[in-house]
Write a protein that binds this ligand. Sequence first.
Ligand SMILES: [Zn+2]
Ligand SMILES: [Zn+2]
Ligand SMILES: [Zn+2]
Ligand SMILES: [Zn+2]
Ligand SMILES: [Zn+2]
Length: 376
Amino acid sequence: MDCAARGTGTPCTGPATRRCGHCGAVAYCSLSHQISDWNNHKEECSRLEQQMRHADILHDFPFTYSTDATLQVSAKQMTRCSFLATRGLRHIGLWKYECGCHHPIASSEYLRINDDWNLPSALCPCTEPRDPVPINLSDWKDYYQWRCLPLHSPVALLLHWPLTIYQSIQLSATRRSSLEVNGTLHIHYLGPEKELLQLAVFGELHALFPHLEVHIELIGPAVPQFRDGERINLCNYAHCLDLDCTCKSSSENRSWGVSNSNATKVTLRLRKGYYHDCYRDIVKDSFPDIIVASNAGIAAYSDWLPTIELIRERDVPAIFSDFCEEAAHLAARCITAVTGRPLTVPIQVNPFRQPMAVEDTVLYLPSYSNCFLFGM
Ligand SMILES: [Zn+2]
Ligand SMILES: [Zn+2]
Ligand SMILES: [Zn+2]
Ligand SMILES: [Zn+2]
Ligand SMILES: [Zn+2]
C-alpha cells in the first residue's frame, strides 16, 4: 500500500507502515507525512473509521473456504493464485485470469470463448436447474440451494457477475410486467474488464430468467478494438469435467429446451468506447431496460460524468457497483451532484459480491469485486 501523502510534498522516506491510529484505513511512510496529510485526511477519517467497522459483515460468506478466500487473502497469508492452485483451478478454463497473473493480456487470448468450469458436474451449474427459480434469491446460500451446489463449490467466485445483474434487476424499478410483454430483457452493461475473459458465466442468466431472452450490450474502453461489434450467442451453460454429462451432448442446445432448440436465450454484443459516445447507435436496436456498471469507479474517472448526465436525461434505471464502501460513497457524491436528488437505490452491501478479497487495495478497507450496490 502506498503512503497516503505520496506525491503531495517531500518524497516518501520508506514503506507505508504507520497506519492512522483513528481509522486504520490509511497508512503513512513517516510521522511527518502523517502530520502534513491531516488537513486532507480529517474530512474522511471518521467516515473511514465507520466503514472499517463493517468488515465483519463484508467478510461473511457461507462457504467452507470463506476464511481462506477473505481473511487470509486480505492479510496476504494467501494469494488469489495460491488459493486457486490448492483447488486445482490455477490458470485453467474459466479461472485462467482470475488471479491477475496474466497482465497484460495478449489479443490472441480473446479468440476463443472459454467455457470450461474444470470441475465435476456436482460442483458446477452446467445443466438446467432441477427446480424453477424461486421468486427471490436473497443470497449465495439461496442460490446454491436452488442449484443443488455444495458450499465448498468455488463457482460463486465467477458467478458474482451474472448474480450481480440479477440483484440489480431485483433492486431497480425494472418493470417486470413490461418485460414479460416484450419477452426480451435488454441490459446495457458498462465498463466491462475482466469479465470479457469470462463471458460464458453470463449463460447463467438463462437459468435466472427462464422466460426471457436476455440481450447484453457490453460497452467500454477495455473492449479490444478488434472485438468492437462482435456478437456472441451463449447457447448453453459452461461445461463440467464429466465426460458423460448431458452438458456435453452432441446437440449442445439440448439442455436449453427441446421446444425451440435453435433459439439462443442469452446474446451478447461488445462495443468499444464510452457509453455516451455510442448510446445513439446502440439504442437503434437495443433500448435498455436497465443499465448495470460493475466496479465502476465513478469518482476516479471523469469520463463517467457525461454518461451519468445521459442516464439522467433518459431516465433508465441504472445500478452501479464498487469495490469498497468509500468508493461507493464518493461515487454517490458525484451522481447526486449531477442529478440534484438522492440516489433512488441507496448504498448497500451486495449479497452476491465475489467471495474472495481483492489484493493490493488503495486503502485498508475490506474490498471485494461487486461489493456495494447503489443506483439512480
Ligand atoms: Zn510518505
Ligand atoms: Zn484516519
Ligand atoms: Zn496466477
Ligand atoms: Zn462448448
Ligand atoms: Zn456437465
